[in-house]
Design a binder for this molecule. Structure first.
Ligand SMILES: Nc1ncnc2c1ncn2[C@@H]1O[C@H](COP(=O)(O)OP(=O)(O)OP(=O)(O)O)[C@@H](O)[C@H]1O
Length: 123
């Protein structure tokens, strides 16, 4: 299959941004992303209530970004797996489990960051 002619560098970068934002917009419909966005909203409200420092805000935002990014990549991997092999297959199961495991790493680290920031503020 022949590829369409390439646009110049700037046009390509603008198009890449457009596709990336379209992807981020599509992710809003994913149940797992909606849950993570809900958690992000809750900790953002908590952040205002606890009057976080600039550094604490930056770390909290990094944790939120890490979880959303890994959740987004996990969704993409699940979609690829379903596309290339819609039927049950042990290896597809392992691929999906490993991908979900990456989200678990990010979520556990984010939870630990949350404890480190908020527990001292409670006492
Ligand atoms: N085609 C398959 N073959 C084998 N096991 C599968 C297959 N599809 C899903 N699984 C198993 O079911 C688990 C859940 O898969 P699924 O695609 O429903 O992910 P999910 O995390 O529930 O997705 P979502 O984010 O859409 O809720 C996988 O981690 C895997 O163990």
């Amino acid at each position: 299959m022949t590829q369409p002619p390439k646009d110049n560098f700037v046009v390509n970068r603008i198009k890449a941004f457009k596709y990336a934002f379209k992807g981020a917009w599509l992710l809003r419909k994913e149940a797992s992303i909606q849950v993570q966005l809900g958690c992000a909203l809750v900790v953002t409200i908590l952040g205002f209530a606890a009057d976080l420092s600039t550094t604490e805000w930056c770390i909290q935002l990094l944790a939120i970004g890490l979880v959303l990014a890994t959740e987004g990549l996990n969704t993409a991997i699940e979609r690829i797996a379903d596309f290339i092999h819609p039927e049950y297959h042990e290896k597809i199961g392992i691929i999906k489990d490993v991908s979900a495991g990456a989200v678990t790493f990010a979520a556990v680290i984010a939870a630990i960051i949350g404890f480190i920031i908020y527990i001292p503020k409670l006492f």
